[in-house]
Design a protein around this ligand. Sequence first.
Ligand code: DGT
Ligand code: CA
Ligand code: CA
Length: 581
Amino acid sequence: MTNEDVAQELEDIADLLEIADANVFRVRSFRRAVDSIAELPEDVAVLLAESRLTDVPGIGKSIARIVEELVNTGTSEEKEALLAQYPESLLEMLRISGFGPRKAAVVFRELGISTVDELEEAAAAGRLQDLPGMGAKTEDNIINSIDAYREGQQRALLGEMLPVAEDLVARLREHPDVIRAEFAGSTRRHRETVGDLDLLASSADPAGVCKWFAGLEILEELTMAGDTKVSGRLAGGRQVDLRVVAEASFGAALQYFTGSQQHNIRLRERAQRMALTVNEYGVFKADKEEKGDMVAGTAEEDVYAALDLPWIPPELREDRGEITAAEADELPELIELSDIRCDLHMHSQYSDGRATVEELARACMELGYAYIGIADHSQTLTVANGMDADRVRAQHEEIAKLNEKLKQEGTKFRVLQGIEADILSDGSVDVPEGTFELFDYVIGALHQGFSPDADKITARMVAAVKSGMIDIVAHPTGRVLLARQPYGLHIDQLIAACAEHDVALEINASPQRLDLDDTHARFAVQQGCRLSINTDAHGPESLTHMRYGVMQARRGWVEADNVINTWSLRKLRSWFKKRRS
Ligand code: DGT
Ligand code: CA
Ligand code: CA
């Protein structure tokens, strides 16, 4: 058993205990053990063999005994006893966002519901709303979350798959018989979620490369092992396809397997009109005399050039007008990560962040930014340790001191003070009394008091935009990918208000959010809105999520000028000032 397996078993026990309404301290001690084991650098089996397991913080004698049982027998009496009372399928229900052990216990006890299907049926039939602690709104939430859960089983976040794709491509490139390697499909188009991973390599010995790839440990299961194609599954079930082609076809194959399918259909139609054929091997002449003559194939650029088009960035290949734009030489000059000069939304220890202001600043200097803005939560968001006026003032002083220190060090890097202020249910903005003047800027955000009424939510946000109090609207639709649907909102009305009052809309770069999404970002820019791409980092390690925000912006045809994070500090400051006067 790996540490992960052990942690999973303990987590199951904790969940089942909670469903069984066991002592809260007992449940908590299991959860603490789950965290410790998940973070252990050493193998539990080794610690066990050397009798060092109880040295691990969070693991007492009784849990150590269960771990020993797990490692030796693959199961534990504790779990078996619980499973004699509660069906195992209850554990799957807990993977539905917002549906925890307490709710599971209630639906099981009152209605005998033990599977996701049964839960969905009961919610749709309105049979849950009279249960203790639930209502009509809970039913809607459960139905939405089940949809997202089902989708999550089909697709993975780009933030999860892109690093895997990059790792596999790097390994392919190291193979002596691989000439070129890239990832293709939705991953290359930087779609926010990915179905399966498509890899491509060129080689003079495809069979040899395939054989080597099929033997990689990362493939937990092989579904196909041919001489030019390998398919397998990663831990968690996600599919990976590798195709190995001849070097002369690499560009054509890359174009073909990058898709999207709709984009490729449009290209093929165009080719037909030009008496050409495009497939994964190349571009060929289609008229009678020269039929089969290869026109292009080695480089992707050549494939587009053969069709009399400039190369089209993969993010645009969604059949959303990119071929017409390319034809007219009107493709956008897409924003790039290197255009970003600052990150304006991150959390320090002043609210719910893990790092100090200075640690965040130093980490951003490393990333090559010119300046940053800290935007901690405001006081009404107590669950996130929101700042009251005193803490705002303390932070203000700390930032001033830090800026002085940076100046002494001879760097031009500066830290701005912003705040992520809650937009309250009446549309007012939660900036602590008497502190508005201290902030360089204010980000407005919705975190609580969601109403199922789209008109109400829209009115609330539009009121905040009109108030002149906020400069940026954070994660405008509130969605969490594969987990939570956006709150009902008339996004077009919000966009119109932001355009009118010159308030920027955020593209939240967290791979779980990517909110605004691509099509909304594009629409917002068309309506004359400015955008702001920010990580919303709660620790230095997530500051690099900026790239996912930029990828989403590129899918939305966004250029550098549309994004306030590409501006110099001077330009941004004067924009903030102008907005306030
Ligand atoms: P995904 O995996 O659902 O996130 O989306 P993609 O775009 O990666 O789609 P996938 O993996 O089914 O196929 C990879 C590419 O292969 C796709 O974007 C376009 C290309 N392709 C070309 N012709 C076809 C076709 O007839 N069917 C499919 N499914 N793909 C095709
Ligand atoms: Ca794919
Ligand atoms: Ca595929």
